[in-house]
Write a protein that binds this ligand. Sequence first.
Ligand SMILES: Cc1cc2nc3c(=O)[nH]c(=O)nc-3n(C[C@H](O)[C@H](O)[C@H](O)COP(=O)(O)OP(=O)(O)OC[C@H]3O[C@@H](n4cnc5c(N)ncnc54)[C@H](O)[C@@H]3O)c2cc1C
Length: 486
Amino acid sequence: MGTTRIVIVGGGIVGCAIARELSRYQDLDITVLEREAEIGMGVSKANTAIIHAGFDDDPDKAPVKAALCVRGNELWHTLVKVLEIPCVWPGSLVVATDDDQLPTVEALLARAERNNVPGCELWDSDLLRTKEPSLAEGARLALFAPTAGVISPFDAVFALMENARANGARLVTGAEVTAVRFGKENEVDTTTGTFGFDVLINAAGLHADTVSHLAGITDFTIGARKGEYLLFDKALGPLTNHIVFPAPSKMGKGILVTFTAEGHTMIGPNAQDIPDKDDFATTVMGIDEVYNGARKLVPKLYPRGQCIRTFAGVRPEPSTGDFIIKSYNGLPGFINAAGIRSPGLASAPAIAERVASLLLDQGVELNPSADFRPERKAIPRFTEMNAAERDAAIKEDPAYGRVVCRCETVTEAEVVEAIRRGATTIDGVKLRTRAGMGRCQSGFCSFRVLDILARELGVDRTSITKRGSGSRMTIGGTKDLRRGDR
Ligand SMILES: Cc1cc2nc3c(=O)[nH]c(=O)nc-3n(C[C@H](O)[C@H](O)[C@H](O)COP(=O)(O)OP(=O)(O)OC[C@H]3O[C@@H](n4cnc5c(N)ncnc54)[C@H](O)[C@@H]3O)c2cc1C
């Protein structure tokens, strides 16, 4: 057998996990096509970042989600170490705050047992008061799941792709898939050119229905459900010891109180079905709903004035109600990894394994490569170094001595390294290094990052964007513009 050309559409957590998983096999030529200027700017950027334990999904109604979340959780426990991805494992609580919710929480324990989620147990109000004193007085009972964690979703996307590339995969950004042709020569047209393929894997997130339709598979659609969040100043620290959920409802897991892998308290999301898949705007009403909802669980929330950012994510809601991870008898050479709503982040490594098994079913040989290197080193963070390490880093590279982002203490050396690893935009640098994620939300550092980007990429400052086309940061020097006005 010769080389098999695999083209993956979409550089989100799912596409990147698939690329990394397949890069362990020999004789696969892997290309990821991403329409944006950077990977990880779709659904994978704005979410709750939880590696769910795996009890939420009913195996009778959504068997794929139910199975893959538990397996994904297990895989992440190893992957975060191997790929050096920031992650904490505090465990989660689903809390009943009134008597009506008691049966729901008890039923979750039964489901956890059915889904083989390890270590779950019910905590009564006395235990809750000791273990999670932040909870509302009325907290009666909770399901505790020790394997739940919080990951940095951006780092996860970049780490998977960096490792896939180190093992031979190719990434093409700014390449929106516009047509798919099957025939003697299978081809996919993009905004940057045409690519031949033997197998096309569709991991296009919110737009996976459009890509699937281009390939001729039209048996599902994907809707959009927005969720808004408030993020609090990191200096305040986490408000809770665990990830705290309310009892779930028909609209989903509800508004929770959690924290990021770096320690910002975060609350949200609400849930609103929307017509426009690219509507990431937050609203006053939505933010009120989130704040008031979170306060029912944890009454002593930080004041709203300590919120440093509001943001929204959009969930891809598949018409089937479950992940669509399928190949098609009548269409060899096409695999859907579509409809990946929550818990898609938690499930991503397991989705990648399932896609690999679908390739085997299609007759693609998967022979492990002796050259596969599973590890990836993170960009060393100056802020996490001790004094001796800082001295040594500055001695080796004086750019470690120049702080670019004061809030998060990110140095020029880290920004340069992010660019070397593929960042081409302000957001690309921000999500790789955290420059701009602190209290001032990039008011101070974004133009310094812009200068470094222009210098390192050897381009004019005016061509640097925040996150790709349509987001230019500058249009020229003020003196030049004034001269032009005259
Ligand atoms: C509010 C909210 C909260 C969530 N919370 C959690 C959670 O706590 N835990 C959890 O496990 N999951 C959570 N999820 C779900 C999780 O974020 C998603 O399941 C996951 O990120 C989906 O990844 P993806 O790679 O499929 O999609 P994406 O990240 O959107 O990646 C798809 C990529 O395809 C690209 N693309 C689209 N069309 C084309 C085209 N035609 N050509 C080329 N490229 C294209 C896009 O630009 C995008 O980069 C949440 C989601 C939301 C919105």
